[in-house]
Design a protein around this ligand. Structure first.
Ligand code: GLU
Length: 449
């Protein structure tokens, strides 16, 4: 079900590997898109003539900077900051910041590359970018996080602007971090430029539903995939990996759709609760107390916690990987299919390794790849930008309706594109081709810039 690279795309891929040594996640993300593109080059020869793929694979700008800060003991700490401004053909660079010890250039570039197609699929005028740091907010005090964010923004601010580059959150960056970043930007520039960051809090420029948007959106996408198969989420047994922002609001929306969520996790272990996950407790543990998911079983004696457990071994009908990249390997994918999984909705970015994707596609299950399925987060960021630009704030109901409309449209677009290019039901092909064309055509129109 996945086409091999053609001679042309293989040559481009080899060049990407040679020019970006050691950046394995970036190579993986590029290869996955290139595998879909051969028929596009046949239909649009101008893309090959203008070397659009080669240009897209090279970020417009990559910024790497030192972030010095002082911890609570007065000791000096040094982290590395990144912002990769990938592509601005359809709007200002847009994409989150990830604070996690695993961050290096290859992770930021894979995320930025995925982001530009994802952002195009939303139909909103936003280009692609991503940033972050190897700083680990876990175990740090609020004051340490604030000092880090202030130092990070003291360097980054000169590269941002509502018409230039608009960061938001990703792993390790939530409302708290966006607040400190926005505060420092405002202080340095002496401007209340709301549209420079998204994921802001309510009362200082944030949008209702932004917090819920990635999880809700991914669930809407799965709802649409099932609808196309004359099925629904009602009564389905679901497993959601992670317990951060994306996982929490995926669980919430799955429950609203009448599904039963029996497991979630964090980087240390897995909680299984056959009665159904107690979402209020997860929110309390994770959003308020910033604790480990292991503490869940202290409150529910009938729930089970397995340290280091593999959540994909738990039989389910719907799997929602919502933690991080490459969290489902080929074996996990095979286990899920064998256990009766009929749908996968990726709330995380690139959570399934290529072999796992192959397993899902070969099995013919409804597989929603991240760049389509989790686009609701950044789409709602674009709605936040709209509200900021018009100095308006919309109701919860209106914003949620807009998000639902956007996700339904992305589903239809990716579904129809897959069919048009001879791969019906294959949302990987649909998302890659539709996203690519939406960036490539404007690039041709804008000339060699
Ligand atoms: N980090 C999110 C993503 O992967 C959101 C980005 C944004 O809102 O700009 O799409």
């Amino acid at each position: 079900m996945i086409a091999a690279l053609s001679e042309k795309t293989e040559a481009i891929y080899q060049q990407v590997i040679a020019r970006n040594p050691g950046e394995t996640e970036f190579h993986q993300a590029v290869k996955e898109v290139l595998e879909s593109l051969s028929p596009v080059l046949v239909k649009y020869p101008e893309f090959a003539e203008q070397k659009i793929i080669e240009r897209i694979c090279e970020p417009e700008r990559q910024i790497i900077f030192r972030v010095p800060w002082q911890d609570d003991h007065g000791e000096v700490q040094i982290n590395r900051g990144f912002r990769v401004q990938f592509n601005s053909a359809i709007g200002p660079y847009k994409g989150g910041l990830r604070f996690h010890p695993s961050v290096y250039l290859g992770i930021i570039k894979f995320l930025g590359f995925e982001q530009l197609f994802k952002n195009a699929l939303t139909g909103m005028p936003i280009g692609g970018g991503k940033g972050g740091s190897d700083f680990d907010p876990k175990g740090k005090s609020d004051n340490e996080v604030m000092r880090f964010c202030q130092s990070f923004m003291t360097e980054l601010y000169r590269h941002l602007g509502e018409y230039v580059d608009v960061p938001a959150g990703d792993i390790g960056v939530g409302g708290r971090e966006i607040g400190y970043l926005f505060g420092q930007y405002k202080r340095i520039t002496n401007k209340y430029e709301s549209g420079v960051l998204t994921g802001k809090g309510i009362g200082w420029g944030g949008s209702l539903v932004r917090k819920e948007a990635t999880g809700y959106g991914t669930t809407y996408f799965v709802r649409e995939m099932l609808k196309a198969r004359k099925d629904t989420l009602e009564g389905k047994t679901c497993v959601v990996s992670g317990s951060g922002n994306v996982a929490i609001y995926t669980i919430e929306q799955l429950m609203k759709q009448g599904a039963r969520v029996i497991a979630c996790s964090d980087s240390h272990g897995v909680v299984r609760h056959d009665e159904g996950i107690d979402l209020d407790l997860v929110k309390q543990l994770k959003e308020v107390e910033r604790r480990r998911i292991a503490d869940y079983v202290k409150h529910h004696k009938d729930a089970h916690y397995v340290a280091g457990g593999n959540i994909w071994d738990i039989p389910c009908q719907v799997a929602m990987p919502s933690a991080t990249q490459n969290e489902i390997n080929g074996k996990d994918a095979a286990t899920l299919v064998k256990n009766g999984c009929i749908a996968v909705g990726e709330g995380a970015n690139m959570p399934t390794v290529p072999e796992g994707v192959r397993v899902f596609l070969d099995a013919g299950i409804a597989y929603g790849p991240g760049k389509a399925a989790n686009a609701g987060g950044v789409a709602t960021s674009a709605l936040e930008m709209q509200q900021n630009a018009s100095r308006d704030s919309w109701t919860h109901e209106y914003t949620e309706h807009k998000l639902d409309e956007i996700m339904t449209r992305i589903h239809a677009l990716t579904y129809e594109t897959a069919a048009e290019f001879g791969a019906p039901g294959n949302y990987v092909v649909g998302a890659n081709i539709a996203g690519f064309i939406m960036v490539a055509k404007p690039m041709v129109a804008l000339g060699l810039v």
